[in-house]
Design a protein around this ligand. Structure first.
Ligand code: SF4
Ligand code: SF4
Length: 297
């Protein structure tokens, strides 16, 4: 989906982050819904459109109608990108690019000097990058050979034996998202039960995998409730986790849903205030109770 250079937020030091496109979950609160679908997609940005009609003229399927609110009859769209290529104003954008492994590695290694001087490296993110274990294994082998530090961010929904065999030996840190404690609510809000996610987390922690850090994305009314936070702390304690990171709510994905022709999720449109973040942190510390379970954020 994207390659973000010079990030200071996705692990230690200066990092280059690769956002893979494709995810087995469908979280309603996803802050990057453009990474959910494995295929290429067309995004429409009405604010940039000058209504010149060149997109409609370029479309081989007659899928574009200037008077249509979302502009594209998506059921007819081939995702060919001809409209985006024809658009002179950036009103349409084709999302998703493909790279051979060596090509991607070459791009990532351009930032080696930044990695070396800052203690940084590459972060593999998504979507869910573990959907592509063969590709990732080949990429990781190159990065390992070049001495690059690697962080992997995951929803935890992966095939454990493949993960353990192909990816784990090459990872320095794993940021493992834990969203909802109740299996029924997890299915309701994320599209699948959380059973496999917790099994995987427990297995990773159980075999002493280095650098596994559970993270909880805070979503008002869904994950950031006293009941859910208590359920998560309980699950993490039973899995043997040693820390927990709270990720403040990020509403930036809400707009992207409409650019992709999907309904806007009924979620708050603002970031959390520092006061709200503090209150949730205190709530989690209260739930944890004893000091043996550290809280980073
Ligand atoms: S991606 Fe291709 S088929 Fe889809 S609307 Fe654009 S030009 Fe038409
Ligand atoms: S080509 Fe671009 S600017 Fe012109 S009508 Fe289509 S989306 Fe709008």
């Amino acid at each position: 989906m994207d390659i973000k250079r010079h990030s200071l937020e996705d692990g230690p030091g200066i990092r280059t982050v690769v956002f893979f496109k494709g995810c087995p979950l469908r979280c309603v609160f996803c802050h990057s819904p453009e990474t959910q679908d494995c295929g290429r997609e067309i995004a429409f940005y009405p604010g940039r459109c000058i209504r010149c009609g060149q997109c409609a003229a370029a479309c081989p399927r007659g899928a574009i109608e200037l008077e249509l609110a979302g502009r594209i009859h998506r059921e007819r769209c081939l995702r060919c990108g001809a409209c985006a290529e024809a658009c002179p104003a950036g009103g349409l954008r084709l999302l998703g690019s493909s790279y051979e492994v060596e090509q991607l590695a070459e791009i990532l290694l351009r930032d080696r000097a930044f990695f070396r001087h800052s203690g940084g490296g590459v972060t593999l993110s998504g979507g869910e990058c573990t959907l592509f274990p063969e590709y990732l294994e080949a990429l990781l082998k190159i990065l390992r050979k070049e001495g690059v530090h690697v962080v992997l961010e995951t929803s935890g929904y992966f095939d454990y034996s493949l993960f353990r065999r192909k990816l784990l030996p090459y990872l320095d840190l794993i940021y493992f998202d834990v969203k909802i404690g109740d299996p029924g609510l997890h299915r309701q809000y994320c599209g699948k039960s959380n059973a496999r996610i917790y099994r995987n987390l427990k297995a990773l922690l159980g075999e002493g995998a280095a650098g596994v850090h559970p993270r909880v994305p805070l979503v008002p009314g869904i994950t950031a409730t006293p009941e859910n936070l208590a359920a998560i702390v309980d699950l993490l304690c039973r899995a043997g986790a040693g820390d927990i990171t709270l990720l403040p709510y990020n509403p930036l994905g809400l707009g992207m849903a409409t650019h992709l022709g999907r309904p806007k999720p009924p979620l708050p449109e603002r970031f959390m205030t520092p006061g709200e973040e503090r209150m949730i942190k205190e709530m989690v510390l209260k739930i944890i109770g004893d000091k043996s379970y550290g809280c980073q954020n």
